[in-house]
Design a binder for this molecule. Structure first.
Ligand code: BES
Ligand code: ZN
Ligand code: ZN
Length: 485
């Protein structure tokens, strides 16, 4: 998608269609030229309500108030409405409520790219969104004189962010037959080749040498061998060092504690955390942020078979802790246990964030649109929550407590991989991971359970059916903020 910023008035721009945002429900604004027609059709200008006037080559969209989150979803809804038309270029005025605030502008750009997303890899007719050229007039609607350089930066960062999100969506939506651990490694290597990122891949031999027995046990029954991916963005004088860790289960059948068939459908989504980490690495290398970032992905497939790991097994994690397996479907935490140990051995970071579709309990607890943010300290948790808000993602805290921690006790090993209670499953999974965080990193770590929003089977806001790229936008904001400090 191409964006063109211009100071020309909107009437002077040539485009196939014009998009007009309507905030005022009485249609008083001078730009709402089709007032009577809109009323006749019954357009109420409700948030995300789209009205396409084909004969006028104008499309109107309603918005409740001039906020970033609203503009992002309104524009995404418009893009979806235009997806089966033949309009190729679109013009729009810029909407700003503050001369210095380019947030709305960035949200607008993100709305176009996120809303224009379509996953058509497996369709015989590949229907791409037809809108390819977008002209934004910086003159109209504004009482302010806008700084074109600031607008161009906002545009660029918005474009990088949204394209990285779509890149992650594509990986998540790819079938387990086409995307297995070696494929994720290949994607990471290709990304490194095309950018300034470094990429290291660990294969089973190296994983064994690193004593990652828990990760290897989960991987054992699959014909697809596991990989650990380590991507690095390393500028000269970084303002901070950040480690990102992602669960990359390219398929989760549940293992011998087999999932019921209804629950197995969509489990290609279990690589969403790892895919988000790869997407973020792509974006920060493109933005060339002044922070050192390490992205680790545990790419594994959890299958059944004669060689499968079993309930009753005791596994020794990389840090020497023993884990009693009582359910092979709680596999993500086993992979992350070893991966977190490895990441901390390799990098002493200022912050560690892990992203995982870890528990169904997180979805039950906070709903399918929200990520659950956990950890020992409020500092990294608040960084995520605040950045989620400005990025358009939803995230909320789930607090740890000492009573729930006790439910992970094992009679035969140091810890059990499931809780003995049916309540608080998202938190106990987070508290399991805590066992694999060093003392030095305890207050620098946050675990983000993206099981709900990573994959939803309908469109919502600026997100399509399927993979949403959850975690990508919020993390990019966290890293952008750190690089400005
Ligand atoms: N990948 C699943 C969690 C999940 C469920 C993600 C639904 C997205 C949607 C995870 O590996 C899992 O199976 N967790 C179990 C843990 C249980 C056995 C303690 C779960 O949540 O049921
Ligand atoms: Zn599972
Ligand atoms: Zn899983």
């Amino acid at each position: 998608m191409n964006f063109d910023l211009t100071i020309n008035p909107i009437e002077e721009i040539e485009a196939d269609i014009e998009l007009i945002i309507v905030v005022d429900k009485n249609f008083k604004h001078k730009f709402v030229q089709d007032r009577e027609l809109l009323k006749k059709i019954g357009f109420k200008a409700e948030q995300d309500e789209v009205c396409l006037l084909v004969e006028r080559d104008r499309v109107y969209v309603g918005m409740d108030s001039l906020k970033s989150a609203n503009i992002r979803t309104a524009i995404a809804s418009t893009m979806r409405r235009l997806s089966n038309t033949t309009y190729k270029s679109l013009k729009i005025a810029s909407y700003m409520n503050h001369p210095k605030c380019t947030a709305l502008f960035r949200a607008m750009v993100e709305g176009f790219i996120l809303g224009g997303y379509n996953f058509y890899r497996y369709k015989t007719s590949k229907q791409k969104n037809p809108i390819n050229d977008i002209y934004i007039s910086l003159e109209e609607y504004n009482e302010y004189i806008l700084d074109i350089t600031k607008c161009a930066t906002a545009l660029n960062n918005g474009q990088i962010t949204a394209e990285a999100t779509n890149f992650t969506r594509d990986i998540v939506n790819t079938t387990p037959e086409d995307c297995y651990p070696a494929t994720l490694a290949k994607i990471a290597k290709k990304l490194a080749k095309e950018s300034s990122l470094e990429c290291k891949i660990l294969k089973p031999k190296e994983l064994k040498a690193e004593n990652m027995e828990a990760l290897l046990a989960v991987a054992r029954a699959s014909r697809h061998k596991p990989r650990v991916i380590h991507l690095t963005h390393k500028p000269k004088n970084p303002k901070a060092i950040v480690t990102l860790v992602g669960k990359g289960l390219t398929y989760d059948s549940g293992g011998l504690s087999l999932k019921p068939s209804d629950y197995m459908v969509t489990m290609k989504l279990d690589k969403s955390g790892g895919s988000a980490v790869i997407g973020v690495m792509k974006a920060i290398s493109e933005m060339n942020l002044d922070i050192e970032v390490h992205g680790f992905v545990g790419a594994v497939e959890n299958m059944i078979g004669g060689d499968a790991y079993k309930p009753d097994d005791v596994l020794v994690a990389k840090n020497g802790k023993t884990i009693e397996v009582r359910n092979t479907d709680a596999e993500g935490r086993l992979v992350l246990a070893d991966l977190l140990c490895y990441a901390q051995q390799e990098v002493k970071a200022d912050y560690i964030f892990d992203f995982a579709t870890l528990t169904g309990a997180a979805v039950v607890g906070v709903g399918q649109y929200t990520s659950a943010v956990m950890g020992n300290s409020d500092i990294p948790k608040d960084m995520i929550i605040e950045s989620a808000k400005s990025s358009g993602e939803l995230a909320t805290k789930l607090d740890f407590n000492s009573y729930l921690k006790k439910t992970l006790k094992s009679e035969v090993a140091d810890i059990c991989n499931i809780s003995n209670s049916r309540y608080g499953g998202a938190i106990t999974a987070g508290q399991f991971l805590e066992e694999f965080i060093d003392e030095d990193h305890k207050d620098r770590w946050s675990h983000i359970d993206i099981a709900g929003p990573a994959f939803v089977e309908h469109t919502w806001g600026e997100n399509p059916y399927g993979g949403s790229g959850a975690g990508v936008r919020m993390t990019i904001r966290v890293l952008e903020k750190l690089s400005r400090k």
